[in-house]
Design a protein around this ligand. Structure first.
Ligand code: THU
Length: 158
């Protein structure tokens, strides 16, 4: 049998470097502006770009439910991974909800696929900080860790 394994870190916002604390704060701030009247589950995503700037996006729902967009995919839609200063070093994801659990939010399957497209196109790993509502964070240093056996452009090569 072959084996796939990866390391992740369970930590708190307070223990992370200041740059990442700011990134997480940016994701929390934008979550407040989410348009999520149907689920009332407000998600904020923030990307730290290689050029030093931060981009943010929140989820945007629709009465036709499948037309809604996750925060992470809204964020990535604005970024061109082949432009050096738009390469993403890290993404933080936070949320606001009345749900029972406060567990860190990890990106949904479609968002994992989208983040991976960005990582493969920029040819550099994207660190992902998944945040709870009470200051806990799970961190992986590479998007492939969230989606082993991913589908990619390689599968489409003729
Ligand atoms: N959502 C995100 O924005 N990102 C995720 O990774 C998980 C789910 C949104 C979609 C929908 O608007 C709401 O959260 C509830 O699923």
């Amino acid at each position: 049998m072959e084996q796939f394994s990866f390391s992740y870190q369970k930590t708190t916002v307070a223990e992370l470097p200041t740059t990442i604390q700011h990134l997480i704060q940016a994701s929390e701030d934008v979550a407040r502006h989410a348009y999520a009247p149907y689920s009332n589950f407000k998600v904020g995503a923030a990307a730290l770009l290689a050029g030093g700037s931060t981009m943010v996006c929140a989820n945007h729902e629709n009465a036709s439910y499948p037309a809604g967009t996750c925060a992470e995919r809204g964020l990535l839609a604005h970024i061109n991974p082949t432009e050096a200063d738009q390469q993403i070093n890290a993404i933080a994801v936070s949320y606001i909800s009345d749900a029972k659990t406060q567990t860190p939010l990890s990106p949904c399957g479609i968002c994992r696929q989208t983040i991976l497209e960005q990582q493969l196109a920029q040819n550099a790993p994207i660190a992902i900080y998944m945040c709870s509502t009470d200051g806990h964070v799970i961190y992986v240093e590479d998007a492939t860790h969230l989606l082993p056996f991913y589908f990619s452009s390689k599968n489409l090569e003729l």
